[in-house]
Structures are given as structure tokens and as C-alpha cells.
Design a protein around this ligand. Structure first.
Ligand SMILES: Cc1cc2nc3c(=O)[nH]c(=O)nc-3n(C[C@H](O)[C@H](O)[C@H](O)COP(=O)(O)OP(=O)(O)OC[C@H]3O[C@@H](n4cnc5c(N)ncnc54)[C@H](O)[C@@H]3O)c2cc1C
Length: 454
């Protein structure tokens, strides 16, 4: 990976600020996760001098291992599909397991409205993020790892001034024409601007680890994700290469807060509450530390402004249930990079480009959020466990699960019909629907502090 000496020669030095040399680039990207690496690759390819600052050194662990079919066109456009496939399990669909049903329901991406993307990947994020980071460096971005952005200022004359503290070069100050904040759940810019808002409609927390010896589905289904509902939320089982399986519980913050034992023991205790998963894990043993993550459902008030865009989790994150985080992060990074490129070329187009960026990102998020907010309600569980393809609604649902929410009106029209059926079903079982709705609202109101990683 390039270091900051390379950065200075490519991005240029010059000027002084408070007695410190200023380093220059066109675009400074904060964070080397999927969003930051995608934005940096796209902008470097368009010829801009891009510097990406990452506080860690890759490869490093990150949660978020299950991808969507619509990630694949993004990998193609970045030229990394082959590299990613070499570290991945093939994911053809999702298996749903409910404690209230004697059968399991499998959804296959090949049944979506558009059948051209029949699979996705399950990836270890350490290797996946490293591939994307190396790719943006190959495309000409200067990548500086083990370096933290400590402050950002917008002098008011356009552009930004960014302070960094790095292992190799200590404190440095960069002047850039544009800032891409891809700092993930650190939400550096939204926090600094005071525009980060907790999601008032949803809250959940998670506890997860990597295991060996977990029973897998047979044959072609081996790489599918399994989702298990249980009384406090739901579990994921994500098969990875080399016999590793990622298992995590997504539950109410209140449940996670009730922990009296170590995170490891608490995860095993929680698994014991879900007999279907417990049975698959009868010979399993932990292969990593267990991590607890507090309420992560938030959104910033805006995603762009004079000389900046926020992409990926730096702007918003709702919930991992549909494995949409990495896809949204990379897609919003692509859209954000187009906004930056267009504005740098023709500043008069800034408002129009920002408007398009904003509308597209929000539309994608809202397509998923309606389902996310209701995922633990009895009516949704019933509809998902006994799906029917009237008006090709099941195919549209599969398109949503594949991430195909930006292209086709046919998907949205059919999802509207699904929502109507949901409300009708809810009206028939009013008491349980109201109780589920009250529980969701109560959980969303609870303030929750992030616990220390186990
Ligand atoms: C419990 C859980 C399970 C999930 N499961 C899935 C899943 O199965 N599938 C899926 O698609 N998504 C999943 N997600 C979501 C997914 O993890 C994120 O949406 C995705 O990683 C977002 O990518 P990003 O690039 O925006 O942020 P990140 O991947 O978090 O990258 C941000 C980067 O910025 C760096 N950074 C932060 N602050 C600074 C700073 N000041 N200076 C320099 N660098 C900085 C960080 O080190 C990091 O490398 C899950 C999330 C959670 C919480």
C-alpha cells in the first residue's frame, strides 16, 4: 500500500497553516471500508488526485459478511469480481426458520423478477475490504493506513481542511477541494455537524462471533444465509470459506443490556433460546472473540453540502436483516463519487447533482426500511413463511432481497400490493399486530449505550 511520501509526491505539497505545511489533493476520502474504497476507485479513475485516510491497517475484522446479487454489477464495474469470488461462498438464497412453523422457507434469487443475477457471495470482510482497498490504490488513489482523521473544517471559501494523525508521519494537515466521508458508524462528519439522528422507529443491537463445526445446508444451498426468528429478535447463520460460520443474534437493546455473564457465555445462552439453531450448533466451538454492538439505527439529516458528501454508514444505517449494508454503502459511494466528479467539473450543477444523489439514496433506504421495521411482526412472519406469487409479488420480494430497488418500477408496484396484503392481514389479527407494534415502539424509544467489545 502506498504511504504518505507517495501521497505528497502525487497529491502535492504547498502552502502553510498555523506553522504547518499543507498537503493538497482534489478529493480526500475518510475511511477504507467498502464505501470509501469504492468512491476512491471511481474518482481516481476519473483522473482526480484522491487521498484515502484509514485509521486501521487492512486486513482487519469487520462485521457484514453476507452480500446481495446487486453487488455483482458493482464488482464488475470496479473490476474485482474474480478476486472476490475466490474468497467467497456462493449464496443462492436465504432460508427462513420460524419457531411457529414446522417447515423452513427457502427464497432463491433465481426466482426474482429479473433472473439475471441468481446468486450473491458470503465473504470474510477482512479479505473483502482489503481487495477493495488495494483496488483503489491500483487505480491511482493514495492510501494512507494507520492514520486517523482528527478534524475537518470548511473555511467558507470552498474546499475543506482535514487534520490527520498517522503512525508514520504524525500530525498532518490536508487541503482538499472535496471531502467524501466514508467513516462508517463513526459518522465523523454527521457527528461534527450535529446532524446525526437516532432512528425513532427502530432500534436493535447485536452479539456475534465466528464458529467452527456448525452444521450446514446440503449441496448447492451450503452457502445460503439462514435466518432464525426467536423471542428476542432473530439470528443469522452465514457460512464462510474454510469451515467458518458467522453466527449473530440481532435483538432488542433491552435484551442485550440484561447480560450478566461474559459476551461469550451470553451468546451461547442466547443460542440456547433458539432450538433450531442450537441443534445446528451442537458440535460448534468459537473461533473468534464475541463482539457486542449497541443500537446502530440512525440517519444523518442530509448527505451532502458545500464541498462534502457522506456515503455508506457515515450517512445512515438501519439494520442488517436483509444484508443490504455493503450494497448500499458501495452504491451510495458510486452515486456520491458521480456527484463529486460532476460538481468539480461544473460547480453550477452542484444542487442538481446533490438532489439526484439524495433522492436515489433515500428511495433505496426506504424500500428496505418498511420491511425492516416490521420484520419481527407476526403478520410479516406469516407472509414470508407462506409466500404466494399472486401478481408476481413473491418475485418482487425476491428482487427486493436481491437489492434490485433502484432500477425497476415493476418491483415497487408489486411491493405496494404486498404491503396492502400485510395491512389486511394485520387487521384480521389486530391484537397480536398491535402488541408487536407497541413492542417495536418501546424498543425504539429506549436509549442505549454501546457496550465494550467482548
Ligand atoms: C451486527 C451487524 C451485522 C451486519 N451484517 C451485514 C451483512 O450481513 N451484510 C451487509 O451487507 N451488511 C451488514 N452490516 C452492515 C455493514 O457492516 C455496513 O453497512 C458496511 O460495512 C458499511 O460500509 P462503510 O464503508 O460505509 O463503513 P465501514 O465498513 O464501517 O468502513 C468505515 C471505515 O472508516 C474507518 N474510519 C472511521 N473513522 C475514521 C477516521 N476518523 N479516520 C480514518 N478512518 C476512519 C474505519 O476504520 C473503517 O475501516 C451489518 C452491520 C451490523 C452492525
Amino acid at each position: 500500500m502506498k504511504n504518505s511520501t507517495t501521497a505528497e509526491s502525487r497529491a502535492g505539497t504547498g502552502g502553510e497553516r498555523a506553522g504547518q505545511d499543507l498537503l493538497h489533493c482534489d478529493v480526500l476520502v475518510i475511511g477504507g471500508g467498502p464505501a470509501g474504497s469504492t468512491a476512491a476507485a471511481v474518482l481516481a479513475e476519473k483522473g482526480w488526485r484522491v487521498v484515502l485516510i484509514e485509521k486501521d491497517r487492512h486486513p482487519r475484522f469487520h462485521i457484514g459478511e453476507s452480500l446481495l446479487p446487486m453487488n455483482l454489477p458493482l464488482f464488475d464495474s470496479l473490476g474485482v469480481r474474480g478476486e472476490i469470488e475466490s474468497i467467497a461462498m456462493m449464496k443462492y438464497g436465504a432460508e427462513l426458520c420460524s419457531p411457529h412453523h414446522s417447515w423452513k422457507q427457502t427464497f432463491l434469487f433465481s426466482d426474482a423478477l429479473d433472473k439475471s443475477w441468481p446468486h450473491a457471495y458470503q465473504v470474510p470482510r477482512a479479505a473483502f475490504d482489503h481487495i477493495l482497498l488495494r483496488n483503489c490504490a491500483r487505480k491511482g488513489a493514495t492510501v494512507i493506513e494507520e492514520c486517523r482523521v482528527t478534524n475537518v473544517e470548511f473555511p467558507g471559501t470552498g474546499g475543506c481542511v482535514v487534520a490527520t494523525d498517522g503512525k508514520e508521519h504524525g500530525n498532518q494537515v490536508w487541503e482538499a477541494r472535496y471531502l467524501v466521508d466514508a467513516s462508517g458508524r463513526d459518522t465523523l462528519l454527521a457527528t461534527k455537524l450535529g446532524i446525526k439522528r437516532r432512528n425513532a422507529r427502530h432500534s436493535s443491537a447485536a452479539l456475534y462471533g465466528h464458529f467452527k463445526g456448525v452444521e450446514r445446508l446440503p449441496g448447492r444451498d451450503e452457502g445460503n444465509i439462514s435466518i432464525f426468528w426467536f423471542e428476542h429478535g432473530w439470528f443469522w447463520q452465514i457460512p464462510l470459506q474454510q469451515g467458518i460460520t458467522s453466527v449473530g443474534a440481532v435483538c432488542s437493546p433491552r435484551y442485550l443490556k440484561s447480560r450478566k455473564v461474559s459476551p461469550e457465555d451470553f451468546l451461547w445462552e442466547t443460542i440456547a433460546l433458539c432450538p433450531q439453531l442450537k441443534s445446528r450448533m451442537r458440535d460448534a466451538r468459537l473461533a473468534s472473540p464475541v463482539t457486542a454492538t449497541g443500537n446502530y439505527s440512525y440517519q444523518a439529516e442530509r448527505m451532502s453540502g458545500d464541498s462534502y458528501v457522506m456515503v455508506g454508514d457515515a450517512y445512515a444505517f438501519i439494520d442488517p436483516v436483509f444484508s443490504s449494508g455493503v450494497f448500499f454503502a458501495m452504491n451510495s459511494a458510486l452515486l456520491g463519487a458521480e456527484t463529486v466528479d460532476g460538481t468539480l467539473r461544473d460547480p453550477a450543477r452542484r444542487k442538481a447533482l446533490e438532489g439526484k444523489f439524495d433522492r436515489t439514496v433515500r428511495r433505496g433506504l426506504s424500500s428496505f426500511s418498511w420491511f425492516i421495521y416490521r420484520m419481527t411482526s407476526p403478520a410479516i412472519r406469516e407472509l414470508l413463511m407462506s409466500p404466494r406469487n399472486i401478481f408476481r409479488v413473491q418475485e418482487a420480494l425476491l428482487s427486493l432481497l436481491a437489492g434490485d430497488v433502484f432500477r425497476s418500477r415493476a418491483v415497487h408496484a408489486r411491493l405496494l400490493f404486498f404491503k396492502a396484503v400485510y395491512y389486511a392481514k394485520g387487521a384480521f389479527s389486530l391484537r397480536s399486530s398491535l402488541s408487536a407494534w407497541r413492542n417495536r415502539r418501546k424498543a425504539a424509544r429506549e436509549a442505549y449505550q454501546e457496550p465494550a467489545a467482548g
